[in-house]
Design a protein around this ligand. Structure first.
Ligand code: FAD
Length: 477
């Protein structure tokens, strides 16, 4: 089986015997039917159905050496491959509005990026590039779904925290003939508990060899526990909660209680240089950012579209400040698109023949989006005003007061019920628990904005601008 559809995915999730805690109880039975997970599992299944839609096969699937697989696993060798990857990501993102950060393409891209980082692991101690490649081929062939965890618990973020030995970070406590034994915690895994596999690797800047590793384990591995936050799905009504009823992905703390990772799943261990080079020299950053920015473009377009519909709905397009706010959103969206295309156009082949999108435009795009996205949500609030709070429910509209309500809330464009449907969409995107988590997600999921800025500062190629400034300083005429 090289491509799964939605039904295959749901069956695999149903068969999992993972340890997932929700609100003081261990989830038993089919996790895909649990109210906190149902929406995400159904949406994820719909994505796999798109992957097997014959009309989309040229975009969603790839054939390499006679083998068919999902394009999300493709390691690009040409610029055309990069374009195809973008189109695949955006096809899925159009279905979710870019609201599922862990749609399968994200993690499949991460795994592909690890394999494309062979030079980081070659001739390095305790690194197993062949194991990694075999694992990738198996994942690609079975079309496995993944989540990941790499950030350590937020106990002490000072610069000298590494001196503290008594911490709870997941670390190697033993090596045996069977594999490495992991004990401790990792910060969180989005979609933890509803994927086949959990990919685990070191946080950036690992300083202890016990915390320098990368491996993957099945989600229902013994000793592995996921502890969920409260669900942000308000209810299952598509009218009341148009987004959270579908796309609430859940985030979970991950606990490792003497988890044994078999050697054929260990990609490297106790190698600080490899752990850090994965981020600095490997393909993780450019590949993953290319997927992320492709998704964020669609999310920006969705939120712009909702803003435009609000403007029309309550007829405020004549005001200059409204036009200026919409223009601000258009400029932000266009800038993201331009940076994404720029990263593809200036992509270059590395020594392994992999086509690598340029990092700087992608770093710039994600760092900009960390500011743009909260501003876009603010603009929705500034335009929507009380409409974002006058939100009767589906049951109100279908009760004996429904007709009156629909009449009182009507606009020149629509019935009250139609107007509320639009404003509920805007509310769920920007104000509900689901919506505010989306904002936190875009601010932080790929690292905090400050450290991303520092990375840009330390890694951009400053030679061109300095040379130009020098030429002007030396000019006599
Ligand atoms: C919704 C959501 C989903 C996520 N999903 C996943 C996931 O699936 N898997 C996963 O592994 N992770 C996930 N993350 C975690 C994400 O990677 C981290 O939030 C991010 O890397 C920032 O780390 P932190 O949250 O520990 O913040 P911290 O590092 O604790 O930062 C807190 C504050 O301190 C400041 N600060 C801390 N250290 C420094 C420093 N050295 N220099 C300057 N300022 C500093 C930060 O700027 C920030 O203001 C998710 C996060 C969110 C919010």
């Amino acid at each position: 089986m090289s491509l799964i559809n939605g039904e295959d995915y749901k069956k695999r999730i149903e068969a999992l015997t993972s340890t997932v805690w929700y609100d003081g109880e261990k989830i038993t039975g089919n996790i895909g039917e649990h109210p906190a997970f149902r929406g995400a599992v159904q949406s994820q299944a719909a994505l796999y159905d798109l992957q097997t839609d014959p009309a989309l096969k040229d975009t969603m699937t790839t054939i390499e050496n006679g083998e068919l697989f999902g394009t999300s696993y493709l390691i690009p060798k040409t610029k055309a491959d990069l374009t195809k990857r973008r189109e695949m990501v955006q096809k899925w993102a159009c279905h979710t509005g870019g609201l599922m950060g862990r749609s399968p393409d994200y993690m499949n891209t991460v795994l592909a990026s690890f394999v494309a980082s062979q030079s980081v692991f070659q001739n390095e101690e305790n690194c197993f590039p062949d194991t990694l490649e075999r694992f990738y081929m198996k994942a690609r062939e079975k079309d496995l779904s993944f989540t990941h965890t790499f950030i350590n618990p937020q106990n002490n973020r000072s610069k000298l925290a590494f001196l503290e030995k008594d911490h709870q970070n997941a670390r190697i406590i033993k090596k045996t003939d069977d594999g490495i034994i992991i004990r401790g915690a990792k910060l969180l895994a989005t979609q933890g508990g509803i994927t086949d596999e959990l990919l685990v690797y070191s946080a950036p800047g690992a300083q202890e060899k016990e915390q320098a590793y990368a491996f993957s384990v099945p989600t229902d591995t013994r000793g592995l526990t996921f502890v969920c936050r409260s669900s942000l799905t308000n209810d299952n009504s598509r009218f009341n909660s148009p987004l959270s009823s579908r796309f609430e992905e859940m985030d979970a703390i991950v606990l490792f209680d003497n988890v044994c990772v078999p050697w054929d799943r260990v990609f490297f261990y106790e190698n600080i240089r490899a752990a850090n080079n994965l981020y600095v020299k490997g393909m993780f950053v450019p590949f993953t950012l290319h997927q992320i920015v492709s998704r964020q473009v669609i999310k920006a377009e969705l939120i712009l579209g909702i803003a435009l519909k609000i403007v029309d709905e309550i007829n405020i397009g004549e005001y200059q400040h409204v036009q200026s706010k919409i223009a601000e959103m258009v400029k932000g969206t266009e800038m993201l698109k331009a940076l994404l295309h720029h990263s593809e156009q200036t992509a270059s082949k590395n020594e392994d023949g992999v086509m690598v999108p340029a990092r700087l435009p992608l770093y710039t795009a994600i760092n900009q989006f960390q500011d743009l996205y909260p501003r876009f949500t603010e603009i929705i609030q500034l335009l929507g005003a009380s409409g974002l709070i006058t939100l009767p429910t589906e049951r109100d509209f279908h009760s004996e007061i429904g007709t009156d309500l629909s009449g009182y809330l009507k606009t020149c464009e629509s019935s009250g019920e139609e107007k509320v449907a639009l404003f509920r969409l805007a509310w769920d995107l920007t104000m509900s628990g689901f919506g505010t988590r989306q904002t936190l997600y875009e601010r932080f999921f790929f690292g905090d904005p400050i450290r991303l800025q520092q990375t840009i500062y330390h890694t951009f190629d400053n030679e061109g601008p300095i040379t130009l400034a020098d030429q002007f300083l030396q000019r006599k005429s």
